[in-house]
Design a binder for this molecule. Structure first.
Ligand code: UDP
Length: 265
């Protein structure tokens, strides 16, 4: 078992992107059935007040840190446990992010992970289903993924929703598709709760992953920040300019989350 790091009661698996991919394909090969979460700072805050969500995250096959803020939190909890040091090293998220890759090894975004899973699934028997996002987006995502990996088998797409009225239709569609891998883009925590409640009814699905806004990025509906901004942990600033209405969510991830971590030290 790979080592686990506790951040705000969420047990993170200390894995790089490659290690996460290797584990996912090991689960697929072994006929495991389960789900993978990519918790980010916002999800950690939500899980503090939503215990069913916390429970769902901690029952996953794998929890992968999606956010440099989580690496910063893990570093300060394990290495220093000092409020002052955590405040002083906060600017290093932008100036020297490598410093924080010594406790949790790497930030792995959902968007990168699903693209890598698709690349590796091409030419294998594993079939993929894309669920969620607004109508039309999953289809464009499918086209983009298949342009990159023509041998990839995407056996279904459906916008749907996490609402109860859509449940039976979605379960039937996925069962008919005989998909092995399911990506769900309903946003957190809805997507994780949906997966937890419905996975047992999805007969052929071995691995399900809540992917947040990944389809929006892959389809081109939303643009990702330039790589240099992602590297220095400023993706949030790009998003703030792109979608100012998300300010509350960005505030939670960039201000509230570090404050809550510092309080715990
Ligand atoms: N979404 C959805 N149904 C909902 C809420 C969200 O299909 O009820 C989709 C939304 O269109 C987007 C994805 O869920 O494709 C994640 O949205 P969010 O803005 O939360 O993305 P994140 O911040 O996680 O990248």
């Amino acid at each position: 078992m790979q080592n686990k790091i506790n951040v705000m009661n969420i047990m993170f698996d200390n894995v790089t992107q490659i290690e996460a991919l290797n584990l996912i394909f090991k689960y697929l090969n072994k006929d495991n059935k389960g789900y993978i979460c990519t918790p980010n700072p916002e999800m950690l805050l939500e899980a503090q007040k939503n215990s069913p969500f916390l429970n769902v995250i901690n029952n996953s096959l794998l929890n992968i840190a999606d956010g440099i803020g989580i690496l910063w939190a893990a570093y300060n909890m394990e290495k220093h446990n000092s409020k002052l040091k955590a405040i002083l090293n906060l600017p290093l998220i932008a100036l020297y992010p490598k410093k924080f890759k010594t406790v949790l090894k790497e930030r792995v975004t959902g968007t990168d992970l699903i693209q890598k899973i698709c690349e590796r699934s091409a030419g294998t028997p594993y079939k993929v289903f894309l669920l969620g996002a607004v109508p039309g987006i999953a289809e464009i995502t499918k086209e983009k993924l298949q342009q990159k990996s023509p041998a990839l088998k995407i056996v279904g797409t459906f916008a749907g929703s996490a609402e109860l009225k859509d449940k039976d239709t979605i379960v039937q569609l996925i069962n008919k598709s005989e998909a092995d891998i399911l990506f769900v883009a309903f946003g957190a925590p809805k997507q994780e709760m949906w997966i937890y409640e419905n996975l047992k009814n999805l007969k052929t699905v071995k691995i399900a992953i809540g992917v947040g806004g990944a389809f929006d990025f892959i389809s081109g509906k939303r643009k990702r920040a330039p790589v240099w901004m992602q590297i220095i942990g400023l993706e949030w600033l790009y998003r703030l300019f792109q979608e100012p209405t998300r300010w509350k969510r960005i505030y939670n991830a960039t201000i509230k989350f570090p404050i809550e971590i510092i309080k715990l030290l």
